[in-house]
Design a protein around this ligand. Structure first.
Ligand code: PGA
Ligand code: ZN
Length: 426
């Protein structure tokens, strides 16, 4: 194996339209380095997207997949991007990512598509790691945080844009913060999930699943769900709270914010301050340690008040309002918004910019949680990214459905092969 790869050349680059976990088209990118090392990457896709995310290029041809096809993005990989990259000497992933950004020429990767660019970036990272004989998590560059195994945040109950139930809050996650190891954390997630299924069934609720593998019962009141999850944690033999299994929320509030600026929760109309007080009461009553997108992406002042009110005792995470975008996150940090950022590769469109966003958070004392999207493939890149970055947190859905479980299984595989890696929040 070559230990220090001074320069490299991309020999082949191609892409294919495949299906994601929601039966919508996405890209699989295949890349080969000169010398024969090859890698593929599957591109994820969100449903509750931030308005300032990098652009996911869709064909818009209503005759195919209701306009959701990605043949244009596929052709951009096989055509313009391949022509621009193949045969050139590069010395780093960052250089290639910058070359694609420049070739695209827009602020938000709208011309070639962030879905096209991120697929190439991910496949190249994988190929470069393989060329150096390293697993991806050991190859991805860090930025001051040492590698560690992340606490898995299991989305056990789905609502919002991810389920056809009346629940406005999108995600209810169980996080085994007190688990002693990766394997025990996964076990706790699976056991609580099983206990929750039993409880739901016993109460006559459906145990059908939402887009991220969590249950999607006909419940509308967030507190009713929280009560049920706490009971399931206890049923499974764990202690509810940060010493055992705690709860994280992603209400994805942009999705239920109305045009008049109010929030509609279970038929009630709430102001930003009403929402903040509602969260304050929830935090008192339930073992909640993290809230993501508690307010809408445009509710700048509300976010500042939310951070001032609860930022000392809670992880407050930006997603729709941050979009893994280094410039947007820097501005939000200066404005005192949130204390943590969700991290999604396809929101910004390159591995390099994703790591840059994490580094900015790290320097400002903001925590980070690496994340899947609601539309996924079996690609496990984010598991390695979470470990390499040392952020200590990953959310990738329920401990159910192959595309979600693949990431948790990858984490257990990494833990088994690197027993010295620390586990847990940094
Ligand atoms: P999305 O949901 O992938 O549909 O955007 C995930 C999230 O909001 O965190
Ligand atoms: Zn979110």
């Amino acid at each position: 194996m070559r230990k220090d790869l001074m320069s490299f050349t991309i020999a082949h680059l191609s892409a294919l339209e495949i299906l994601d976990s929601r039966s919508r088209p996405t890209l699989q990118v295949a890349l080969e380095l000169k010398g024969g090392v090859a890698a593929i990457a599957g591109v994820p896709s969100g449903a509750s997207t931030g308005t300032r995310e990098a652009v996911e290029l869709r064909d818009g041809d209503q005759a195919r997949y209701s306009g959701q096809g990605v043949l244009g993005a596929v052709n951009n990989v096989k055509g313009e991007i391949a022509e621009h990259l193949i045969g050139r000497d590069f010395t780093s992933l960052a250089e290639v990512d910058a070359a694609m950004k420049e070739l695209d020429g827009t602020e938000n990767k709208a011309r070639l598509g962030a879905n096209a660019i991120v697929g190439v970036s991910m496949a190249l990272a994988r190929a470069l790691a393989a060329a150096e004989g390293k697993p991806l998590y050991a190859w991805l560059p860090g930025f001051g945080q040492s590698p560690r195994l992340p606490v898995p945040c299991f989305n056990v109950l789905n609502g919002g844009a991810h389920a056809p139930n009346p629940l406005d809050f999108q995600e209810f996650m169980v996080c085994p913060l007190g688990a002693p190891s990766m394997a025990e954390a996964v076990r706790a997630g699976a056991e609580v999930y099983a206990a929750l299924k039993k409880r739901l069934a016993a109460d006559g609720h459906s145990t059908g699943l939402g887009d991220e593998g969590g249950f999607a019962p006909n419940l509308a009141e967030p507190e009713e769900v929280l009560t049920m999850i706490v009971a399931a944690i206890t049923d499974a033999g764990y202690t509810p709270g940060t010493d055992g299994v705690a709860i994280a929320l992603d209400p994805a509030a942009s999705e239920f914010r109305q045009s008049d600026g109010t929030y509609r929760v279970n038929g009630q109309s709430l102001s930003s301050d009403d929402m903040i007080e509602r969260y304050a009461a929830m935090v008192e009553a339930y073992p909640i340690w993290s809230i993501e997108d508690g307010l809408g992406e445009d509710d700048h002042d509300g976010w500042q008040r939310l951070t001032a009110r609860l930022g000392e005792r809670l992880q407050l995470m930006g997603d729709d309002n941050f979009c893994t975008n280094p410039a947007i996150i820097s501005a939000a940090i200066a404005d005192g918004i949130a204390n943590s950022s969700l991290i999604k590769l396809n929101q910004i469109g390159t591995v390099t910019e994703t790591l840059e966003a994490m580094a900015i958070c790290h320097r400002a004392g903001y925590t980070q949680m690496v994340s899947h999207r609601s539309g996924e493939t079996p690609d496990t890149f984010i598991a390695d990214l979470a470990v390499a970055s040392g952020c200590g947190q990953l959310k990738t859905g329920a401990p159910a459905r192959g595309e979600r479980v693949a990431k948790y299984n990858r984490l257990m595989e990494i833990a088994a092969s690197s027993p010295d890696l620390p586990f847990g929040r940094s």
